[in-house]
Design a protein around this ligand. Sequence first.
Ligand code: SF4
Ligand code: SF4
Length: 242
Amino acid sequence: MGSSPISGIKGEIYSKKSAFWKEGFFCFKEFVQLQLNYLDWDSEGVQSRKCYETAVKHGKPVIVMEPVKGGTLARVPESVEKIFRECHPEMSIPSWAIRFAASQDYVMMVLSGMSNMEQLTDNMSYMSDFQPLNEKEQALVKKAVDIINSNIAVPCTGCSYCTEGCPQHIAIPKYFSLYNADMQEIKEKAWRPQGEYYDRLTLTFGKASDCLECGQCEQACPQHLPIIQYLKDVAARFETQS
Ligand code: SF4
Ligand code: SF4
């Protein structure tokens, strides 16, 4: 770890609250950098909330990466955009994502990649005198998540009833969550983290392609999902990438 928590960090850095920055977090020599955004907050695959809560438990401040999910949360469905615009016509769509990340108490910085002056000006407009999301805004973000997730590729609820008897110890709901997250990414995004998360999980669990097609999981699934076929989709997406 470098001598300063910000040394070596590439990209644009904002302090959320100047008081926090000066009085508390700046003196920390350790921090945790997490992918954290409102869509990944409760996702079974990325687990932003659980990772954040673990950092809090250990007293480590958090630096956020992917607050806009690589641009994905700048291009939300029309119905979500309408909800946000009705609440704050003057605020940009990405501002909701960055403010969500910065609103978490233990977040000391939010890293936001910007490609032009317009984006810089926009970010500064709400970060220079930062106001955390209020209750109403939090509820709108939750609604946005529900709308976005209603179009997910695999409607798995994450109940895990399917995993106990799997002879290959395949992390079925985790893989489906990563698959859904990957399908939600915009096509232009150069780097997608879900493939890396998948690779790491396969160090502990069986791969999707290890499935023996025994059918145990499908009998256990209360949603009656065609798990075997979905696992083939997962394998095709994550196991054929270089
Ligand atoms: S069908 Fe595949 S995923 Fe399902 S229990 Fe059998 S081996 Fe596991
Ligand atoms: S039992 Fe079905 S809904 Fe539950 S985690 Fe497994 S695949 Fe998902």
